[in-house]
Design a protein around this ligand. Structure first.
Ligand SMILES: Cc1cc2nc3c(=O)[nH]c(=O)nc-3n(C[C@H](O)[C@H](O)[C@H](O)COP(=O)(O)OP(=O)(O)OC[C@H]3O[C@@H](n4cnc5c(N)ncnc54)[C@H](O)[C@@H]3O)c2cc1C
Length: 837
C-alpha cells in the first residue's frame, strides 16, 4: 500500500510547491479508483502537514475525483476550498448514462471480493448501479457535506480555468465564467475572472472523447445512452459494426455491438456468475502476469493465443460460449480495428478481455455471426459505392475496404486538450509521474485506502453528522417492520399503517420485511374482518400479531393448529399490546368492505403465486419445490397454458369466482357456515395443494376441452357436456371433517357431477366412490333423480393419469373418455339394480 509520502510524491509537480495532480496521468482509471486517490491525497496532505492553516485551495475539475477531494478537504476543516467546474453541473460525464454501469471493484476481477457491490468509502459512498444512479448517490452525499461545512466549500460551476500562474508563493487562477440562465436572460455574456490561492490541485480528468475521431463518421460519447449500441439496425439481416480501439471502452462496446440486447450488468453477471468460473481464475491470473512481464519488456503479448491454449476448452465446457451465442445479435458482422497488432492490451480489465474472447468464440461457433480483427494506424472513411446493399460507411484500413452500418470509435478521451492550458506549470510532471508509476507499479493501478485515512474520514463523517449512504439506509429500512393497525370506529374500521388493505398481502412475499399487525379490537369486534386478519397473520412468514392475546389466541388456535385443515398451518406469534403502533395513512371503511378488500387482495396474491409457478412449468416443465410432482408432455403443457390464460382472464374482475375456486380447492365443505373459516386456508402455506389442483384441473380441462371455473354452488368447475352443464369440484383438501382426505374421500358426499382429487393417488377410489355414494343414500334405494345428483366421475392422480399426461393430449383424452364410460356403465348398473330392487 502507498504511504502518505508516496501519495504526495506521485501527485506533486516538481519545483512547484503547492501544486498537485489527481490521477490524471495514471492508467486503469475508474470512478472508484479516482475517489480512493482523492481521499488518499487529502489525508496525506493533511497528515504530512502540507496544508497551512486557512489555506485557500483550488480544485480544478468536479468529476468523481474533484468532488471527493473537495469534500474530504472541506470535512477535514481549517481551509477554504474552491471547486472549479467548467460544466454547468457536477460529474457531468455520468449525468446521462443510464445504460452504463459503474462497479467499484469489478475491474479487479478475478481478484477476491471483486464482485462486492459496495464502494464502502468513508465519504461519498455508493453501490453498483447505472452511472446516473451512482452519480445521484454521490451527489446526495456531497450536498450533505456542503451543508455541514458551509462557506468552507465553494462550488464554482460554469467556471473554466484558463490558466494557473505562479505568483510568489501563491498561484493566480484565471477563469472564464459562463453566465447562468438568469444572467443570460439579462443579456449578460461570459466574463473573465481571477483568484489567488495557496494550493492548486488539478482534478481535470482525461477530457472528453473527440466527436469524429474517424472523419465522416459519428460516434456518440461513451457516457451517453446513445453511445451504447442499441437495436437500431436490427432490421438488417447482417448488421455490420466497425469498432475501433482496444481500451476498456472499446472492449465493452465490442461486446455491446455483438449483443442482441446489451445490458452491462447482465453480461457481467452471466460471466462471473457462471457456475465453475472459479476454475479459470488462477489461469487467468497467470496469463495476466505473463502479459505484464511482456509489457514491461516492451514485447507484444497475444491474449487470444494464450486464452486458446489455456482456457478455450473450459470456457466451452462451462457453457460460457453457449451463453454468449445465445446473446448474439442475429447475423452480426463485427470488425474490430486496433492500432497495435495485439487484439487486447494488458492495460484493460481481465473481465472485459474475457468477454471479448467469448464473443470471438461465440461468432466462430454460431457460423453466421462473424468477427474480424484488422490492424492499422489510421482509418479513413470513403464514399460507399451507390447501389443495392450500399453500406452507411466504407472504411479503409491498411488497404482493406470494410463496409459498416455503425461505427463506434473508442480511442479514449482527448487528454491533451484538458492538460494544455496548464503546460506552463505541469512541465516535467509527466516524466516525474511516469517514473513514480514504474517504481510503485501494481500499487498505483488499484489504489487502496489506508486504515488511517479511512478512520480519519469516518471520524469526520460522524462529527459532521453526515447521513449514511443511501444503500445503507435502504438496508436498514429492511429491518424496520411493516406496521398495520386496526381499530373499530363505530360501524367502521380505522385502518392505519404502512400498507393499505389492498396491498397488505405483500407481507406474504419471501422478500418481505417483518410485519406487525396491531389490532386494537378483539375478533368479535371485527366480525368477518377478524377471519381475514387471521388469514393474513397465519400465512405470513414473519408476522407478529400485537393484540389482546387471550381473545385472539383462542380464535387463532381454532383457525390454525386445531383447524379441520391443520396440515401446514401454524399459530402466529402473538404479543400483547404496548407502545407499538401505526398512525400513518388512516382510512375509515365499513368492516365488511375492509374484509372483502383484504381477502380479495390475498386471493390475488395467491393467484399471482400460482401463476408464477405454472408459467415456468408450462414453459420448461420446471417444478421447483416439487409442488406438481408429475411431468406433462410439452404440447399438452402449451394447451394448458392457453386454458390457464382464459381462466385468469375470467378471474379478472370476478373476485368471487376466484375466491370460490381457491377456497373449494382447500375445503371439501361448501356451505355458508364454513365459508369464512375455509377462506383462512387460502394462502402461501397451502400453495402446494392450490398449484397441484389447478394443474390437474387444467390437464383435465385440456383433455375434456370445455371446462371453466364455476362461480356458484355446487363445485368450482363446470363442463359443457352432452348439451348440459356438468359441475365439478377440484379438491386438494388435506382433510374432510378432520379426517385425512385419503380416508374420507371415499365416504364424502360430493354434490357435483365430477370430482378431481389431485392429492388422492389410488385408482380404486374411482369405483369405490360410485358405490359408496349409492350405499350412503339413507333408504338404500336411490331414486332416479338422486342417482344423477349423487354419482360422480372421480379423477385421481393415479398411475394411469400420470402416464397419460406424460404421454400427451391424446392419451389423456382417451383416459378421460374411458373413465367417463366406465362411470356411466356402473351408473346404469346401479340404476338397474335399484329399479329391480
Ligand atoms: C471511454 C471511457 C470509458 C470509461 N468507462 C468507465 C467505467 O466503465 N467505469 C469507471 O469507473 N470509469 C470509467 N471511465 C473512467 C472515467 O472517466 C472515470 O471513472 C471518471 O470520470 C473519472 O473522474 P475524474 O474526476 O478523474 O475525471 P472526469 O470525470 O473527467 O472529471 C473531470 C472534470 O474536470 C472538468 N474540467 C476539465 N478541465 C477543466 C478546466 N480547465 N476548468 C474547469 N473544469 C475542468 C471536466 O469538465 C470534468 O467535469 C471511462 C472513461 C472513458 C473515457
Amino acid at each position: 500500500m502507498l504511504t502518505p509520502f508516496d501519495v504526495i510524491d506521485g501527485a506533486s509537480v516538481p519545483a512547484r510547491p503547492g501544486l498537485y495532480v489527481l490521477g490524471c496521468y495514471d492508467s486503469r482509471i475508474t470512478f472508484y479508483s479516482q475517489q480512493i486517490r482523492a481521499l488518499s491525497l487529502a489525508y496525506a496532505l493533511f497528515e504530512q502537514g502540507h496544508l497551512p492553516a486557512n489555506a485557500r485551495i483550488a480544485v480544478v475539475g468536479a468529476g468523481a475525483g474533484g468532488i471527493t477531494l473537495a469534500a474530504a478537504l472541506a470535512a477535514t476543516g481549517g481551509f477554504r476550498i474552491y471547486l472549479f467546474e467548467r460544466s454547468d453541473d457536477l460529474m457531468p460525464l455520468q449525468r446521462g448514462a443510464t445504460r452504463r454501469r459503474i462497479d467499484p471493484h469489478i475491474y479487479d476481477w478475478p481478484k477476491e471480493d471483486a464482485r462486492h457491490e459496495y464502494a464502502e468509502l468513508p465519504l461519498l459512498d455508493w453501490r453498483s448501479g447505472s452511472a446516473t444512479q451512482v452519480r445521484d448517490d454521490v451527489m446526495r452525499e456531497f450536498a450533505a457535506v456542503r451543508a455541514a461545512v458551509g462557506a468552507r466549500l465553494e462550488v464554482l460551476l460554469r467556471h473554466d480555468v484558463r490558466s494557473v500562474t505562479p505568483a510568489g508563493a501563491d498561484y493566480e487562477i484565471a477563469f472564464e465564467r459562463e453566465p447562468n440562465a438568469a444572467e443570460l436572460a439579462q443579456g449578460l455574456d461570459r466574463g473573465n475572472g481571477h483568484m489567488r490561492v495557496d494550493i492548486v490541485i488539478f482534478a481535470f480528468g482525461f477530457g472528453i472523447e473527440p466527436p469524429r475521431p474517424i472523419p465522416n463518421t459519428n460516434t456518440e460519447s461513451y457516457w451517453s445512452d446513445a453511445g451504447v449500441p442499441g437495436p437500431e439496425i436490427t432490421g438488417k439481416a447482417r448488421p455490420r459494426f466497425f469498432v475501433s480501439g482496444n481500451g476498456d471502452g472499446g472492449l465493452i462496446d465490442l461486446v455491446a455491438a455483438a449483443s442482441a440486447d446489451f445490458s452491462h450488468a447482465s453480461t457481467i453477471q452471466a460471466i462471473i456468475g457462471q457456475p465453475g468460473i472459479e476454475e479459470l481464475t488462477e489461469r487467468l491470473r497467470t496469463i495476466d502476469a505473463q502479459a505484464r512481464e511482456a509489457d514491461a519488456a516492451g514485447a507484444p503479448f497475444d491474449f487470444v493465443a494464450a486464452y486458446d491454449a489455456e482456457i478455450a476448452a473450459d470456457v466451452a465446457r462451462l457453457g460460457l460460449v453457449d451463453e454468449m451465442v445465445r446473446r448474439l445479435r442475429p447475423g452480426v458482422q463485427l470488425t474490430f480495428q486496433t492500432r497495435d497488432p495485439s487484439l487486447m492490451s494488458v492495460k484493460t480489465a481481465t473481465l472485459n478481455r474475457l468477454a471479448v474472447y467469448l464473443v470471438i468464440k461465440a461468432c466462430a461457433q454460431n457460423g453466421i455471426a462473424q468477427f474480424h480483427h484488422v490492424v492499422c494506424g489510421t482509418v479513413d472513411s470513403v464514399e460507399p459505392p451507390a447501389g443495392h446493399g450500399r453500406p452507411d460507411y466504407l472504411l479503409e484500413c491498411a488497404g482493406n475496404q470494410i463496409p459498416a452500418d455503425k461505427v463506434i470509435v473508442r480511442r479514449g478521451p482527448d487528454r491533451q486538450s484538458v492538460r494544455h492550458p496548464f503546460t506552463n506549470v505541469l512541465d516535467g510532471f509527466e516524466a516525474h509521474h511516469a517514473a513514480w508509476l514504474a517504481r510503485l507499479a501494481a500499487e498505483t493501478l488499484v489504489p487502496t485506502l489506508s486504515d488511517a485515512a479511512r478512520a480519519h474520514f469516518q471520524r469526520l463523517s460522524t462529527e459532521h453528522a453526515l447521513p449514511m449512504p443511501r444503500y445503507m439506509e435502504a438496508e436498514m429500512a429492511q429491518h424496520v417492520p411493516i406496521r398495520i393497525q386496526l381499530q373499530r370506529n363505530g360501524a367502521q374500521v380505522r385502518w392505519t399503517g404502512d400498507v393499505a388493505p389492498a396491498a397488505a398481502a405483500t407481507i406474504w412475499s419471501t422478500q418481505a420485511r417483518e410485519a406487525h399487525i396491531i389490532s386494537l379490537a378483539t375478533p368479535p369486534e371485527l366480525g368477518a374482518l377478524a377471519h381475514a386478519i387471521a388469514r393474513l397473520a397465519i400465512h405470513a412468514d414473519r408476522a407478529l400479531l400485537v393484540a389482546n392475546v387471550p381473545a385472539w389466541r383462542a380464535f387463532l388456535i381454532r383457525l390454525s393448529i386445531e383447524s379441520n385443515h391443520a396440515e401446514d398451518l401454524r399459530l402466529p406469534t402473538l404479543r400483547a399490546l404496548g407502545a407499538d403502533g401505526a398512525i400513518l395513512n388512516p382510512v375509515l371503511m365499513p368492516v365488511d368492505a375492509a374484509s372483502t378488500e383484504l381477502n380479495d387482495a390475498m386471493d390475488q396474491w395467491v393467484l399471482a403465486a400460482i401463476d408464477v409457478h405454472l408459467q415456468a412449468y408450462f414453459a420448461t416443465g420446471a417444478d421447483p419445490g416439487r409442488k406438481i410432482q408429475f411431468r406433462t408432455e410439452a404440447a399438452l403443457r402449451a394447451s394448458m397454458r392457453d386454458i390457464w390464460a382464459e381462466w385468469r382472464a375470467s378471474f379478472n374482475g370476478a373476485p368471487a369466482l376466484l375466491a370460490r375456486f381457491l377456497r373449494l380447492i382447500l375445503c371439501a365443505l361448501d356451505d355458508d357456515d364454513s365459508e369464512d373459516e375455509a377462506r383462512v386456508l387460502v394462502g402461501p402455506l397451502k400453495l402446494k395443494g392450490l398449484i397441484r389442483a389447478t394443474t390437474v384441473a387444467l390437464a383435465v380441462a385440456s383433455g375434456w376441452r370445455a371446462m371453466t371455473p364455476h362461480g356458484t354452488r355446487p363445485g368450482n368447475l363446470s363442463r359443457a357436456f352432452a348439451d348440459q352443464i356438468h359441475t365439478g369440484h377440484a379438491c386438494a383438501a388435506d382433510m374432510i371433517n378432520g379426517e385425512s382426505m385419503a380416508l374420507s374421500a371415499a365416504k364424502f358426499m360430493w354434490r357435483t357431477n365430477f370430482v378431481v382429487l389431485p392429492m388422492v393417488h389410488k385408482p380404486t377410489e374411482f369405483s369405490a366412490l360410485s358405490d359408496t355414494s349409492l350405499a350412503k343414500i339413507e333408504d338404500g334405494i336411490p331414486r332416479l333423480t338422486e342417482v344423477d345428483d349423487r354419482l360422480n366421475v372421480v379423477l385421481t392422480v393415479n398411475d394411469a393419469f400420470v402416464g397419460a399426461v406424460g404421454a400427451g393430449a391424446d392419451a389423456l383424452t382417451a383416459l378421460l373418455m374411458q373413465a367417463q364410460e366406465f362411470h356411466f356403465s356402473r351408473m346404469n348398473k346401479a340404476i338397474e339394480r335399484a329399479v329391480i330392487a
